[in-house]
Write a protein that binds this ligand. Structure first.
Ligand code: FES
Ligand SMILES: [Fe+2]
Length: 425
């Protein structure tokens, strides 16, 4: 459990909060590149950590992220005309570039001192496109850190697939679900023997089902935490799942060597909603048509989305499309899609889970450590201005998660630092 003061620190990310201050030191996903599909396409509303912005792609293809409201009289720039190298507010025609520069002020007479006042501009934020994501930096503009170098961000476009899905709960519940390897054995279990590894994650089904109580070895690292979970894996081996938590809210989820890799990013929209950015990637080959069809179509691993949106069809109002007959016969939950299974339990914890009421066990070790690290980092930033080392060390984000069978004599440290945990392996 957590006392309510620390739960507040952990979960509140708006402007002026301790955690919000910490998160703003890191580059954050603002939206998917595909949401701005072409030059001069429609602008998109973006809400990030309780603040509102507008994103647009100008005539030359550059992306801009501006404060949502026009600096003239605060109309929403979302309604603007995106044309000829800038976004023009529809109220009085002021026009802004992707860097926020005022390009035109047709409502003021020629010669008006307003027209050449350099202080009149839209507030713009640095953005960068990588890995299918428009990343934004909302922190102090005088010290912009390098973009984190997660493996998928450096791959050719055909080697990764990036999507997002709305979650109606605080980001931390989603993050805790992703580092909680113990839940895989239960929430995502299929009771009917499966013909194949439908989630394409290697031996998880076999060893996870056989050993529902993994031993956890959590190692604090500069980039966050390495979570090594050990299960029985046969006569001479253990089945290790090495999960990587990359501060502040990214998780690399283990798959067996050679299989498609997985990354999850949980990005606060505000305190009670977050985006689950989900990335599948393979460093050595393009993703196949079958893989892409499952990711895009949803149903089994991915949630089906309401067409034209990033909102899942299954939700609290329809019990995430739960089928009680299926729950008796084929699935632990009766909810078909693994992503919806996560949404069901994590949203059910409450918009912001009241962690004063929990009873944590040893299988929650990683979660306790993750909370502690975030809370301490937020407090240190708020009181001393200390920025986590990982902010400036983009290379630290070059990690992999791996699920691997290793000889029993290997220690947790040896397993956790196995060469397969680095992309160059
Ligand atoms: S409010 Fe935007 S131009 Fe007037
Ligand atoms: Fe899950």
């Amino acid at each position: 459990m957590l006392n309510s003061e620390n739960n507040e620190i952990l979960t509140r990310v708006g402007p002026g909060t301790a955690m919000g201050g910490l998160f703003r030191q890191f580059w954050q996903p603002a939206l998917l590149c595909e949401e701005l599909p072409a030059p001069d396409c429609a602008p998109v509303r973006v809400r990030l950590m309780g603040e509102n912005f507008v994103a647009f792609r100008d005539s030359s293809g550059k992306v801009g992220l501006l404060d949502a409201h026009c600096p003239h009289r605060l109309a929403e720039l979302f309604f603007g005309r995106n044309e000829e190298g800038g976004l023009r507010c529809v109220y009085h025609g002021w026009k802004f570039s992707v860097t926020g520069e005022l390009l035109d002020m047709p409502s003021e007479p020629a010669g008006s001192p307003m027209r050449c006042n350099p202080n009149i501009r839209a507030k713009a934020y640095p953005v960068h496109e990588a890995g299918g994501i428009v990343w934004a930096y909302l922190g102090p503009q005088e010290s912009i850190p390098p973009l984190p170098q997660m493996e998928f961000m450096g791959l050719p476009a055909q080697n990764f697939y990036t999507s997002k899905c709305l979650m109606k709960c605080n980001y931390q519940q989603a993050l805790e679900g992703s580092i909680d390897t113990a839940h895989l054995t239960f929430l995502h279990r299929s009771m009917a023997p499966m013909q194949k590894d439908v989630f394409n994650v290697g031996h998880l089904q076999e060893y996870g089902d056989a050993d529902g109580a993994p031993r956890f070895f959590c190692e604090d690292t500069e980039y966050g935490m390495r979570i090594s979970a050990r299960r029985d894996g046969g006569e001479d081996t253990y089945y290790w799942r090495i999960t990587q938590w990359l501060m502040p809210a990214a998780v690399l989820v283990p798959t067996a060597e050679g299989l498609v890799c997985r990354a999850n990013l949980f990005i606060p929209i505000d305190d009670e909603n977050c985006w689950w950015y989900r990335i599948r990637y393979h460093a050595g080959r393009p993703l196949s048509d079958d893989e892409l069809a499952e990711y895009k179509g949803g149903g089994l691993d991915y949630a089906k989305l309401v067409p034209g949106t990033y909102i899942p069809e299954g939700n609290r109002a329809n019990d995430y499309l739960m089928d009680r007959t299926l729950q008796k016969s084929g699935s632990f939950t009766g909810i078909l899609s693994a992503q919806l299974q996560d949404l069901a339990v994590q949203e059910s914890q409450g918009a912001i889970a009241d962690r004063t009421k929990e009873h944590l066990g040893s299988s929650d070790t990683a979660i306790v450590k993750c909370r502690r690290r975030l809370i301490e980092s937020a407090k240190r930033f708020a009181t001393e201005g200390t920025i986590p080392a990982a902010v400036a060390r983009a290379d630290l984000y070059k990690r992999r998660a791996v699920a691997i069978l290793l000889p029993k004599e290997m220690t947790a440290d040896q397993a956790g630092t196995h060469p397969a945990t680095l992309p160059s392996a």
